[in-house]
Ligand binder design. Structure first.
Ligand code: RRO
Length: 312
């Protein structure tokens, strides 16, 4: 029997597809719809201590190979967002709450509230490519470790650090967050980029800089997952340009135990989750894999990755 279940630390998913942060995820009802469409779980929009309206329009722009966004971390603030968590709670779907703040204490305070509201895991946004403070976290391993350590000592659910490729020291950041107790890593966020409107001769986005997502960034994301998996054998969520099941298999072979899907929803609708899962299943059946775990990281060296929590 082919089994699509996957486990990242103590986070169990019925299949390896997740809704990526930033899509349809400030609303409990919409997240329920995504889960009902076949996603193994959902990652929420990044939530902060206080409401944030985000940037003014234009905030999203389509380019060859994907989208550039600079939403500006819009969110209702954690207290208001608890209402959305209440809508999700009875459905008992895996909810990974993405959090951000200005300092480690803010990250921890938001994480605690979301844990109390039923979050299954926390994802630390240490990587938004156009928010100055989060850029600092993404480039400074000491700061990234401090945030991770603060959240780990405040919550009991698994904590994943979402890190950026925009650092000269990807493995240094990975080392810092894992050393501070992260249960796994999400790689990667969108990639800092700009687009110029040649008619008005100005940048398209109100914020000038945004993050590129979609097909164009997949090889970069796969490279990051591969590098981390080869070095650390920790649970990894791969994100960046998953469009169909072949992309998902590629991430899994590179070392990811689950993939997050965002931009592809824009092009393929919510059926993308079922289609990706079904494609992974057929690949497993054709190639004689019984569980997702049997495929994780196979491309790194052929040895089976050992999850951090299973090492001891
Ligand atoms: O809200 C955003 O503009 C945003 C965030 Br928080 C992020 O982490 N990545 C991104 O591309 N956009």
């Amino acid at each position: 029997m082919t089994n699509l279940q996957t486990k990242l630390s103590s986070l169990r998913l019925n299949n390896p597809t997740l809704l990526a942060s930033g899509f349809l995820d400030v609303s409990g009802k919409l997240m329920l719809r995504v889960a009902g469409s076949g996603a193994g779980g959902v990652v929420t929009k990044s939530i902060a201590p206080k409401p944030n309206p985000g940037y003014v329009n234009p905030t999203v722009f389509e380019v060859e190979g994907g989208l550039i966004n600079a939403m500006g971390l819009p969110n209702p603030g954690v207290n208001e967002f608890l209402k959305e968590m209440e809508i999700l709670r009875p459905a008992r779907i895996p909810v990974i709450a993405s959090v951000y703040g200005k300092n480690p204490d803010e990250f921890a305070a938001v994480a605690v509230k979301l844990q109390e509201a039923g979050a299954t895991a926390i994802e630390l946004n240490l990587s938004c490519p156009h928010a100055q403070k989060l850029i600092e976290f993404s480039q400074d391993s000491h700061l990234a470790g401090e945030v991770t350590g603060a959240v780990k000592s405040a919550v009991g659910i698994p904590v994943f650090a979402k890190i950026a490729q925009e650092t000269s020291d990807l493995l240094g950041i990975a080392d810092a967050v894992l050393g501070a107790g992260a249960d796994g890593i999400t790689a990667i966020n969108t990639i800092r980029s700009t687009s110029i409107d040649i008619t008005i001769r100005k940048p398209v986005l109100s914020n000038v800089y945004g993050g590129l997502s979609g097909k164009a960034i997949k090889p970069i994301a796969v490279r990051c997952v591969y590098e981390i998996a080869k070095q650390y054998h920790c649970p990894i969520m791969g994100v960046g340009g998953v469009y169909d099941w072949k992309d998902a298999v590629e991430f899994i072979l590179a070392g990811a135990s689950a993939v997050q899907i965002g931009t592809a929803i824009t092009y393929r609708g919510l059926k993308v989750f079922n289609e990706v899962s079904e494609g992974i299943k057929q690949y497993m059946e054709t190639n004689g894999f019984r569980s997702v775990r049997d495929m994780v990281g196979l491309a790194t060296d052929g040895s089976e990755p050992i999850a951090v929590d299973q090492k001891a």
